[in-house]
Design a protein around this ligand. Structure first.
Ligand code: ZN
Length: 162
């Protein structure tokens, strides 16, 4: 966990120093070769995705046209879509609902102890909410970074991470 944090801080500072130096943050694959077909002809997945979305929006008939790597625009949009941030509401409710029921039971049946149960339930719910937010944010950050570093071979459709 601590190592991940250090790596992340390093990545952020690395990116900031590159921006400050006027360099591009990610130079891409340069002269890397495709592990499948040996060609050196890559397109960034994030560019490919936004181009495919744009073409489909311009004309839905384009969705079935094959472009790079033997993939149609529709397939590019489905397979290579950017990661989304997930909501912490689900995991929190999973805990909050049974605790709420337990609190209600304790409050109506157990008197003073019921108040302790209510406070404990609130504390547990808040802890679950905060840890869920942190975990989902970490997962999203990593998935997003992975997606941003992905390239696809224009010749055969092989995905390569930079
Ligand atoms: Zn290839």
């Amino acid at each position: 966990m601590a190592r991940d944090d250090i790596e992340r801080i390093e990545a952020v500072f690395g990116a900031i120093s590159k921006i400050a130096a006027g360099e591009e943050v990610d130079t891409g694959l340069d002269d890397a070769r495709c592990p499948k077909c040996g060609k050196s002809n890559f397109v960034r997945v994030s560019d490919l995705y936004s181009e495919a979305v744009g073409r489909i929006e311009a004309d839905p008939a384009n969705a079935e046209v094959v472009h790079v790597g033997g993939m149609t625009d529709l397939r590019i949009v489905e397979r290579l879509k950017p990661p989304r941030r997930k909501s912490a509401v689900g995991p929190t409710l999973l805990v909050a609902i049974p605790l709420g029921a337990a609190s209600y039971y304790a409050y109506t049946r157990l008197g003073d102890i019921g108040q302790v149960v209510i406070v404990a339930s609130i504390v547990i719910t808040v802890v679950v909410l905060l840890t869920s937010l942190r975990r989902l944010s970490d997962e999203y950050y990593q998935a997003r970074r992975r997606w941003n570093s992905l390239f696809m071979c224009r010749e055969c459709g092989q995905l390569v991470a930079s």
